[in-house]
Design a protein around this ligand. Structure first.
Ligand code: CDP
Length: 237
């Protein structure tokens, strides 16, 4: 199976890029952030604080998260059967997600699920620790970055489209806080893998960043094919 890993800080363009690259290649788009968001929502609904506890372990053991690719791209997310695609993006969930996703118990169960999916499908997998922890042997690794102000503007417009009344100052402060928490946490912090290619999307349009990633995959694939061919020739002689 082929894994294309896309990591990076909040609102750096991972989801859009991953969705379109997956569409283009006919791969599954695996949004691991959506998984951590679903766990966060489940804990909030159950009134569970973000700390390791017997109740958290019990909840994780019974949690059923389902992803379903949608015709127009993207995916719907169900939590124990209920549709939560919109709810997991709520600002209150976004504010809490870093605290829950820092817990080793939460990471362990999500990473297990992610690896299982990656064993069964070719995937474009996006998150924070995909190239470093989840799939360290991924064939392709990208690390997306963009200036904070540009990332905040993207989230601002996204929230406007949803009919919310966003404040750019609040978005900037919250993005900074979440990146700080994700980068400084003990377990699987946000970090560029040594062998990942950095892509700065600050001034790139969506088609340009997708095109760039696809072109690198194409170039890399040729190399992979050639290595295989050489190896085959060598073994058969
Ligand atoms: O879409 P956005 O960039 O806002 O974030 P996301 O990808 O939905 O991820 C939400 C949060 O989940 C992150 O801020 C991390 O705290 C956590 N996360 C993680 O810890 N590990 C991952 N592989 C993916 C997300």
């Amino acid at each position: 199976m082929i894994v294309i890993a896309i990591d990076g800080p909040a609102a750096s363009g991972k989801s859009t890029t991953a969705r379109l690259v997956a569409q283009e290649m006919g791969f599954l788009h695996l949004d691991t952030g959506a998984m951590y968001r679903a766990v966060t929502l489940a804990c909030m609904q159950a009134g569970l604080p973000p700390e390791e506890s017997a109740r958290l372990a019990k909840l994780l053991a019974t949690l059923e998260i389902q992803f379903q690719p949608e015709a127009e791209g993207g995916q719907s997310v169900r939590l124990n059967g209920s549709l939560v695609t919109e709810d997991i993006r709520r600002p209150d969930v976004t504010r809490q997600v870093s605290a829950y996703s820092a817990l080793p118990g939460v990471r362990e169960s999500m990473v297990k699920l992610q690896r299982q999916i990656g064993q069964e499908h070719d995937v474009v997998c996006e998150g924070r620790d995909i190239g470093t922890q989840v799939f360290p042997d991924a064939q392709f690794k990208f690390y997306l970055v963009a200036d904070l102000k540009v990332r905040a503007q993207r989230r601002f417009e996204e929230q406007l489209r949803k009919g919310l009344k966003p404040s750019i100052e609040t978005i900037i402060a919250e993005l900074e806080k979440r990146d700080r928490e994700d980068t400084l946490r003990e377990h699987s912090p946000l970090k560029q893998a040594d062998d990942a290619m950095a892509v700065d999307t600050t001034t790139l349009t969506i088609p340009a960043q997708v095109e760039f990633v696809l072109s690198k995959i194409q170039a890399g694939r040729k190399k992979v094919d050639q290595t295989h061919r050489t190896k085959e020739t060598w073994t058969s002689q």
